[in-house]
Design a protein around this ligand. Structure first.
Ligand code: GLA
Length: 398
């Protein structure tokens, strides 16, 4: 039997979630939190696997966020509790180092450690977190967790909230993820979690570190972006992501450039790569950079519909050249295309996770239902659906 209604994952009301988490914190620790903050998950509209290649990408922040409540302790201990994950985890602050915490706690402890390495004087802390970003969904639940903790810690330590402080928090969160959690990611997720703005996509340029807000308002053209979490668990620490990154670095070395961004416009670039795998990886990266340019021009003209074919081409290239799609992502994309999507693609690193489809707003529910039915026909677990108006970046809530 087909599902009569697609079930959408709700982001919840931030003020209510923050109040609930503060109460939970008080029950667990016996004191009120010094700060509560939230940081959003994201979808990347286009520009996939470009951040670590010096390229540009175009993510939006989701309304779904991770919440962190945090308070000082009198001793030098870090306690971590999650409403979704196992725990609590307890570790002496002075024992924090790469490898000392495993699993989800590494992302939180990593932030505390990385800010300590930056010279922050971090006291013992109780940290309690709650996530509305589906975990392991390719919607950047890790960066949301890191950034919520980083912003809450900055608030608890009375560090002023400025663009410069946020840039440093972003760097520390990337470092936490790479060195403590073992995922050598490129920085896109943390940047949008900290700098996303409602109604905008964030154009990030990893060649010079610059960022620009571009209006993203598909509803003006009666369009909407459907996000589908395939519930095929995706992780960035099992070697696939690092292997893609290494391939790109190897290709850049063969071409004699620091990053593949610098190989743009070189007509002989692909010919010079005799290794077929490196050639395919590079073909994705170079073509995706062109697609980002086209997407930026489209958004500058407020022509959201023009993104459709770019999303399609991006998916095909990630599937065929970058080898990071999977049957579930392909089925979401094909089903949405058949159901009237202007374009659809996997989003994020791939290897499971989520896909996005740009649809006439009135067709969004039907497309979600069709995806649910298609999954059922395959005997697969039902996917999760999210509506995704572009939302704001990390906030201090208490
Ligand atoms: C993950 C990483 C990002 C980026 C994307 C792919 O989300 O965290 O840095 O590389 O994959 O675009």
């Amino acid at each position: 039997m087909s599902p009569a209604q697609a079930s959408f994952i709700q982001p919840g009301e931030p003020a209510d979630l923050a109040a609930e988490l503060a109460d939970r914190f008080a029950q667990l620790t016996g004191h009120r939190p010094a700060a509560v903050a939230a940081a959003p998950g994201r979808v990347n509209l286009i520009g996939e696997h470009l951040d670590y290649n010096g390229g540009r990408c175009l993510p939006i922040a989701l309304p779904h966020a991770t919440y962190a409540a945090l308070g000082r302790r009198p001793d030098r201990t870090l306690t971590l509790t999650s409403r979704q994950m196992t725990g609590p985890i307890e570790i002496p602050l002075d024992d924090l180092r790469p490898g000392s915490v495993q699993g989800w706690g590494a992302y939180v402890a990593g932030v505390v450690w990385a800010l300590g390495q930056e010279g922050w004087s971090v006291p013992g802390l109780d940290v309690v977190v709650d996530s509305r970003v589906p975990i392991g969904s390719g919607l950047s639940s890790s960066a949301a967790l890191e950034c919520a903790v980083a912003v809450a810690l900055a608030a608890a330590l009375d560090v002023p909230d400025s663009g410069e402080v946020r840039r440093r928090l972003a760097e520390s969160c990337v470092r936490a993820e790479a060195e403590m959690a073992g995922a050598p990611t490129g920085g896109m997720d943390q940047a949008v979690a900290l700098f996303g703005q409602a109604g905008h996509a964030l154009l990030l340029d990893f060649a010079d570190g610059s960022a620009r807000q571009l209006t993203w308002s598909p509803c003006d053209e009666d369009l909407a972006l459907l996000v589908v979490d395939t519930r095929v668990s995706h992780t960035l620490t099992d070697g696939g992501y690092a292997a893609r990154r290494t391939d790109c670095e190897s290709a850049a070395r063969v071409l004699g450039v620091a990053t593949l961004r610098e190989a743009r416009g070189r007509v002989d670039a692909l010919e010079q790569l005799s290794e077929p795998r490196l050639r395919r990886r590079t073909r994705h990266v170079l073509a995706e950079m062109d697609r980002v340019d086209a997407a930026v021009h489209a958004l500058e003209r407020a022509d959201h519909a023009a993104l459709g074919p770019l999303l399609d081409a991006s998916h095909d290239s990630l599937r065929d050249d970058f080898d990071v799609s999977c049957p579930e992502l392909d089925l979401v994309v094909e089903t949405c295309r058949r159901r009237g999507a202007l374009g659809a693609r996997m989003t994020g690193a791939g290897f499971g996770g989520s896909a996005i489809a740009l649809l006439p707003a009135d067709d969004l529910e039907d497309a979600a239902l069709a995806v649910g039915t298609a999954f059922e026909e395959q005997g697969w677990r039902q996917p999760g659906f999210l509506r995704s108006p572009a939302s704001g970046g990390a906030r201090r809530l208490r």
